[in-house]
Design a protein. Sequence first.
Lengths: 342, 342
Amino acid sequence: MALTTKDIALLAGVSQSTVSRSLNNSPLISQKTRERILKIAREQEFEFNANARGLSTNRADTIGIIYPDDYLEFGVNLYFGSLHTHLRQTLEKRDIDLIVAFSKNRWTGADNVKRLVVRRKVDGLILVRSLVDPETLEFLRRTGIPFVFLHFHQDSPNTEGIDQVYADHVKGGFLGTDHLIRLGHQKIVCISVDEAEEFAQRRRGYRTALEKHGIPYDETLMLYGDRSFQSGYRIVKQHCDLISKATALFAHTDVMALGALDALREMNLRVPEDIALVGYDDIELTTFFHPHLTTVHQPREEIAVLACERLLELAGSKRIKRGKEIKIQPSLVVRESCGARA
Amino acid sequence: MALTTKDIALLAGVSQSTVSRSLNNSPLISQKTRERILKIAREQEFEFNANARGLSTNRADTIGIIYPDDYLEFGVNLYFGSLHTHLRQTLEKRDIDLIVAFSKNRWTGADNVKRLVVRRKVDGLILVRSLVDPETLEFLRRTGIPFVFLHFHQDSPNTEGIDQVYADHVKGGFLGTDHLIRLGHQKIVCISVDEAEEFAQRRRGYRTALEKHGIPYDETLMLYGDRSFQSGYRIVKQHCDLISKATALFAHTDVMALGALDALREMNLRVPEDIALVGYDDIELTTFFHPHLTTVHQPREEIAVLACERLLELAGSKRIKRGKEIKIQPSLVVRESCGARA
DNA sequence: CTGTTAGCGCGTTCAG
DNA sequence: CTGAACGCGCTAACAG
């Protein structure tokens, strides 16, 4: 049923190696035979057996993308869901496939990163928002397999020499805050998320903006949610006193901002008249709500594509120096929720 | 760097085949040696080379999921985005990987379904909402590779003998409509989608419900959008006369329902007091909106899991009879947008 | 029960 | 430029 190079060789009256060479564009083949072989292969809809090929070349023509284990959360999904739509353009150009996995096998507890690499199922890995444990990291280094960290910058002795493609979350946090301050706000409540580095970075940006404008940092204005719509809603409700005394709210995910918006409406606080609101992420979803949300845009497509291209670059040659850090600048998208455009 | 069974054999002082057999749970091995080998393999973090294994066994321990080419659309993405979160539980139990692809390579125009199969990169395919062209279908049949159609039922001479796992969209269309009629509505405007079979099925359900209650079908009440929020919004605006004379609206995607909701609000029509609204899909997103949307729930998790299990069943044995059709019943989720619970 | 041997389909020397 | 022969790491007869 499945054709092999041997079959094609038989059809063409040449040896198997000639077929292999022709189809791999070896310079050792005359133009004439190459074309003849190519024609036959096309007619027969021949494709190499990936296993045999991989066994010989030690390549898989597949890369893996590792999602964080909490990928099932709706908000996270909303943010990353479109990622492979973007990877696609890079991958399909090079005829490379994509395996999707999570850091840990929920069932066996096995480390999927190690597994995919040791089994040689992938030529490289994109690690999305993954705090890989140090042992796995060390393993990755040892094997020399190309990998790229996606989403936020990690800067520790551990992550030295690692390729990273990320948005500047400090800058993003700064942009959102600075915008509000320029509009005259001094008391800006923040809804952030604990336990995730990208949010710590956004908080740093928040403080930097305050400092720049000489506004003292007030810890009581910093609230913590869990990324979800519900938590945005709940936090506003729980801190209604605090919030009714503030003039602006900066939520560190759009989804939380929308939850907050809902709560504010119930509290009869108008946005932006009574309180200004800024989100973070610029997901398409926010355009479904009123007022349209001013938010910090992250170029997700660009990040995805750059990460993928960098990975393929690394996979293409052993000699490339590792540890490139590609930082993408976020931008502020001014819409209606701050009253900047009345 | 990478260990092979030969290396393990050397370490254990046995032959390579003994290692292979031990690690594959062959009954031809004494408990004692097996355990010894297993221990060594574990210590060395040994894993089989998937390529070599695949070449021998002609398996890939990987399945492919094929998404429709319009996957990039936000609404579609929203609906399917969580799919592999659910597939995961089935796949990880069996230590099987997942390749994600689209029907066609946007770049080369190549048929990804054929490619993955001929290259032997996958042991089976889940085809999501894919109208595969007849030639590819014929190809799949010829090769005998297991595959399952996901999402909606296709019934044509072409699809004879094909495994399908799908929600009963006719029933769903019926449920939404019947609910509205029971609440006293007679003039029910429908926002559907053209060119996609699942929506034709929902429209059939709509008509069936009308018939059951002796209400004549009025073609002018049937409007067509493109699944998106924007189209839901636009259609309501464009047909404001029609809609202000109707008492209920049945949108065939939740996302369109939300767009419609937005438009209705602008038209100062209250939901559900002035007009009742029913959606379709029951995506988590709708809980972000008020009033909470009454909608037709599709058990996406169940569909995903069943499709996957069926696929693995087929992959497990050649003798299983093909062509099982697993129909999942949708259900109506009554929330606030119809006034059923005032 | 265990070891030896022969492929699986391809890339790649090494001869011509 | 082309063909014959070998090996990638594993499974699966075939012997013992």
